[in-house]
Design a protein around this ligand. Structure first.
Ligand code: 5GP
Ligand code: MN
Length: 342
């Protein structure tokens, strides 16, 4: 991956001048948000900086193994700590999201922070005007992959990946593995090259797979089974969707991140070209996840029907009671309409 030399030198200078950089990622952080943020934090720590990771929401339990996860300041848990970090911060590194409104409640505080903002992201349509420096590539698997190649290009790293801290390398491979759903989606030649270099440098991929995919509680799988059995609907146009009711969520004691990956499963059916998940939350908002096969744009449907966006084949958004539909009972009909033209 080639970067403009001036951008790399500018980044190097901004990092060098910073003492207290903050790293920000998106709400309901996933493996790529966590992996890229914590990788950058551990690199900056080894460089003698005092980095602080700021997250809108807590990490799901399967990501807390990453080094530094416990030190992240979480806006929904401790708003004061996050605001305080933003007051003293001298550089803001924004990872795995493309515009400040994506940060939801944390957005205004980040916008008010006077430190220069750097974007490192792989989503479509980056909000360039909000950033002093932009690294935006959509032909990469993940923000973690993009960060890997940026770190490699920094003169201070000199292309020597093995010189990065072990925690940084582990977090990078974790982020990429998670965003590609273990090499299933959005994989490029550069993605395999990155994995190959990291594994050759000693990163334990088997351990990452154990942590990411083989350490959940039983109730998660039982909840998934019930949803697929009772809630899955497939439209004549080849769209699959299911609604995750709050009642079911509470009954199984689920937490954010527990049903990560469930939306991919209906794509295993030959005739299904798009799969959508709608998670009911107490505030009258349904969280929407969309996945599609090549030739169908999950991104278009997220933008046109669900106030969202993301990638061509993996997008998200929301459905609002009182705005999009009058009541909860109208959600399924709205979804059928949204998914009738793939
Ligand atoms: P997920 O379904 O895993 O939550 O999200 C899939 C993709 O869609 C991610 O790349 C994520 O950044 C993006 N995404 C999720 N929710 C939203 C949203 O509300 N707005 C936008 N613009 N993108 C979203
Ligand atoms: Mn990502």
């Amino acid at each position: 991956m080639e970067f403009a030399r001036e951008n790399i030198l500018r980044l190097e200078a901004l990092l060098q001048a910073s003492e207290r950089p903050c790293i920000v990622s998106h709400p309901r952080p996933d493996g790529d948000a966590a992996g890229s943020s914590l990788a950058l934090a551990s690199y900056l720590l080894a460089r003698g900086k005092k980095p602080q990771v700021l997250l809108p929401d807590p990490l799901p339990s399967n990501l807390t193994f990453l080094e530094g996860a416990g030190q992240a300041a979480v806006f929904s848990d401790d708003e004061r700590a996050v605001r305080k970090a933003l007051e003293t911060c001298d550089l803001l590194l924004c990872l795995d999201f493309n515009c400040l409104s994506r940060l939801e409640n944390l957005g205004p505080a980040v916008r008010e922070c006077p430190a220069p903002r750097i974007l490192i992201d792989h989503h479509l349509f980056p909000e360039r005007e909000s950033f002093a420096l932009v690294f935006s590539e959509t032909q990469v698997s993940s923000a973690s992959e993009l960060l890997f190649y940026i770190l490699k290009a920094l003169p201070s790293v000199g292309g020597d990946i093995a010189a990065l801290p072990a925690a940084c390398r582990t977090a990078l491979l974790t982020g990429m593995t998670s965003d590609t759903n273990n090499f299933a989606n959005s994989v490029f030649p550069s993605t395999f090259a990155m994995a190959s270099e990291l594994i050759a440098s000693g990163v334990d991929r088997d351990d990452i797979l154990d942590r990411l995919y083989r350490d959940f509680k039983e109730s998660r799988l039982r909840a998934m089974s019930e949803i697929l059995l009772r809630e899955l609907e497939i439209t004549p146009q080849g769209a699959a969707f299911f609604i995750i009711r709050k009642e079911l969520w509470d009954r199984y004691g689920l937490q954010d991140g527990d049903l990560e990956g469930l939306v991919n499963i209906p794509l295993s059916i030959g005739k299904v070209r798009l799969s959508a998940s709608f998670r009911e939350s107490p505030d009258g908002i349904y969280r929407v996840s969309l996945r599609s096969k090549k030739g169908v744009s999950a991104n278009r449907i997220a933008r046109e029907w669900f106030h969202g966006g993301g990638h061509e084949q993996a997008s998200g958004g929301k459905l609002l009671i009182g705005q999009d539909v009058p009541s909860r009972g109208d959600v399924a009909a709205y979804v059928r309409k949204a998914l009738c033209n793939l």
